[in-house]
Design a protein around this ligand. Structure first.
Ligand SMILES: [Zn+2]
Length: 710
């Protein structure tokens, strides 16, 4: 019997066979998703998903209902359908990210971590989102995960294993002839479902993913290989023949299974992962270092990370050795020497290797790995990051340091890079909690993670930086880009960094309406805020009896004149060396801390491009609205980037010199009305601005050109 709770989602799995057993398919979606399952209709009737159709544009704030034919827009209706939002029991499986580090701990042995994080995230299952923009994102993502029938996801795996499948093939990067197939279907999808279960307690999504694990195991070859294409793709690597990215895909499938074990407790997934890893280790074993280096010229992503995590879960040294063997020396050596040789390298495949370095440090204590991770992070942040926080340009690569101003393009700030930089940031913060790391996290969260998912849960590939660029989105069944995968994971784990803790402190890292349970203190904290649309947050403590701890609240770099009150009384607190405001006391239930976080307009300069600036308000990068002329639905849907051959870039907005970066922004005024709107004044051409994350279906620019006074 699987239907425990009465939830909306129950309707999705309430179909049963004649004998009462559950059907393996959870959603009776027809080809192309035209026939909607009951549950999806339930979501829709609550305003959580629009009907994806052609038609007029919908602006933020405009009304949408379940029958309106709208293409997209920002949905601001409530998240009343927080279907299974209750906190999970504290003994739940869902564990802290990187969850691999905590599974051994939960099994009552010391684990294999040599470096223990100074501050730990709370296990995902102990944190829940409350109504707000992030909750909306989570729910849209949940709908997207449900829209993908298992049979279609499994098709290429089954055919590869010589088993029949009559399912309609998926398209895009999961198409039957795509050399990346399987990366989403057998990898990201499992990770996303596992994280969604941990974040929401939605048992139906766990069951759907466990069904996938079971069916994928049937497709695993006797030698351990699992893939949606034949093993001979890897022979092409050995022969240095062209092939897309076999080990990159393998890493995603391995990681998906590990996440199913970590967050859902699936022993079957761990069994599959072990056998997959054994195959990979055996595959590289006979190669000389020189041969391996050649193989590694093809994208292989975070194989080192996946194997390290498997070691952390099992303690089997062969997986540690495997992770070390997969180290990409050619990429790591310059980083270890603190040399920026990133120009010309591919970004999305390399960042997971650095996450692997971070895990290598944690599992071995090797300071070289730590140095690689820290140097890489700082180099990206200082020399390769656009105003909204994303990295990568020229499609998926990096250019010379401090040259991003000359690489404003339709294809940059790849979403995968943002996803992976956030993951890396968590490690560095864990080693040494500092507000600057979480400032960076916040910038990415609100500028290139929020706002890169449309109202239908569809996801972006690149976030354009070219003036007059616009956001483009994939579709349900025919995209499956790398960023579809990382995006599906991202919105399933939005809770994972809001709070960290150590033995005596709780860190409030992000200002998000949410709730966290802290069983060690028999306490619970709730955060109420509409941040970033309001410049404040409040935290209420709930405890069985008075409890002593330090509440640490991040003092963001952009906030001047932060003010705190406890139960209405002002507290004069200045940030400590780590950039956090610390309140230590014996807390009692009902104590309430109010934090005002004043935002101000500022212009920011760009390393290497003194003629350019961007505008920000608090953590939000502002975009100049450049209209919709020439823009059609067809130019947005199903595309990974703006087609600038059809709709060329627009002239960059200009502002008059004398208003240089850092000198105040008197030429921009904030609207007095409720919404975050701004307007330039007395410029050659004036523009309205709004936060980039709110821009949909409109051309925009996040960069401005300084003009000299004539
Ligand atoms: Zn990507």
């Amino acid at each position: 019997m699987l239907l425990a709770k009465h939830t909306i989602l129950d309707t999705m799995i309430s179909t049963r066979n004649a004998d009462g057993s559950r059907r393996s398919e959870f959603l009776a979606l027809g080809a192309g998703g035209v026939t909607m399952g009951e549950g999806l209709l339930a979501f829709r009737s609550m305003g959580l998903v629009s009907r994806r159709a052609t038609g007029g544009y919908l602006r933020q704030g405009e009304t949408m209902n379940s029958t309106s034919v709208t293409r997209r827009g920002f949905l601001r209706t409530s998240t009343a359908a927080a279907a299974t939002g209750a906190l999970l029991p504290l003994h739940s499986w869902a564990l802290a990210q990187d969850g691999a580090t905590d599974v051994p701990r939960s099994n009552n042995h010391t684990g294999y971590e040599k470096i223990v994080w100074k501050a730990q995230p709370f296990p995902i299952a102990q944190v829940r989102l409350k109504a707000g923009p992030l909750k909306d994102m989570q729910e849209r993502d949940r709908v997207f995960l449900y829209m993908l029938p298992n049979d279609r996801l499994l098709r290429s795996f089954r055919l590869t294993a010589g088993k029949p499948s009559t399912a309609q093939p998926l398209g895009g990067w999961e198409a039957p002839d795509c050399e990346l197939r399987g990366h989403f279907a057998g990898g990201h999808y499992l990770s996303a479902c596992a994280l969604m279960y941990a974040s929401t307690g939605d048992d139906a999504i766990r069951l759907k993913a466990e069904d996938m694990v079971k069916e994928l195991a049937k497709c695993q070859f006797p030698n351990g290989y699992l893939g949606a294409y034949p093993e001979n793709f890897y022979d092409r690597l050995k022969k240095y023949e062209e092939v897309w990215a076999p080990f990159y895909t393998y890493h995603k499938i391995l990681a998906g299974h590990l996440d199913m074990y970590v967050y859902c407790g699936s022993e079957a997934a761990l069994r599959t992962a072990r056998r997959m890893a054994d195959w990979a280790i055996e595959w590289v074993e006979p190669l000389s270092d020189e041969e391996l280096a050649k193989v590694q010229m093809t994208e292989h992503g975070g194989m080192n990370e996946g194997l390290f995590n498997l070691y952390a879960l099992t303690g089997e040294k062969k997986y540690l050795d495997g992770g070390l063997r997969f180290e990409h020396r050619r990429f790591f050596d310059p980083l270890a020497a603190h040399e920026d040789k990133l120009a010309g390298l591919h970004s999305n495949t390399n960042i997971p290797k650095v996450i692997g370095a971070a895990r290598g440090y944690e599992l071995t204590g090797d300071e070289r790995y730590k140095s690689i991770a820290e140097y890489f992070w700082q180099t990206i942040v200082d020399h390769h990051t656009y105003a909204p926080g994303g990295t990568s340009n020229n499609d998926e690569g990096w250019s010379e340091p401090d040259t991003i101003g000359s690489h404003l393009a339709p294809a940059g700030q790849e979403c995968c890079c943002s996803y992976n930089m956030l993951k890396l940031t968590r490690h560095l913060f864990g080693w040494k909690p500092e507000a600057r790391r979480m400032d960076y996290y916040e910038r990415l969260l609100w500028n290139v993670r929020a706002g890169t998912q449309d109202v239908d849960g569809m996801l972006m590939y690149y976030v354009p930086t070219i003036p007059g660029g616009w956001k483009t989105f994939g579709n349900q069944y025919d995209s499956f880009w790398c960023c579809t995968g990382t995006g599906a994971e991202e919105y399933a784990k939005l809770v994972d960094t809001i709070y960290f803790h150590d033995e005596s402190s709780v860190y409030v890292n992000q200002f998000v309406a949410s709730e966290v349970s802290w069983p060690e203190k028999h306490a619970r904290l709730t955060q109420e805020t509409s941040f970033p649309e309001e410049e404040r947050t409040s935290i209420t403590i709930h405890a069985e009896k008075p409890v002593e701890f330090t509440l640490r609240i991040r003092a963001p770099h952009w906030a001047q004149g932060i003010a705190l009150t406890v139960n209405g009384r002002p507290e004069h607190v200045t940030p400590e060396a780590d950039g956090y405001l610390a309140l230590s006391r014996m807390w009692k239930s009902g104590d309430r801390v109010e934090v005002s976080l004043p935002m101000a307009l500022r212009a920011e300069s760009i390393a290497g491009s003194p003629e350019l600036a961007s505008l920000a308000y608090g953590p939000l990068v502002l975009a100049a609205e450049m209209g919709r002329d020439g823009l059609s639905t067809e130019m947005i849907d199903g595309r990974g980037r703006p087609d600038v051959d059809r709709l060329p870039a627009l002239p960059m907005p200009k502002f008059e010199a004398g208003h240089a970066a850092g000198s105040g922004v008197s030429w921009v005024k904030k609207s007095e009305e409720g919404e975050l709107r701004f307007r330039t004044a007395n410029q050659e051409r004036d523009f309205t601005l709004r936060p980039l994350y709110q821009v949909m279906d409109e051309r925009y620019s996040v960069y401005w050109q300084r003009m000299s006074k004539a």
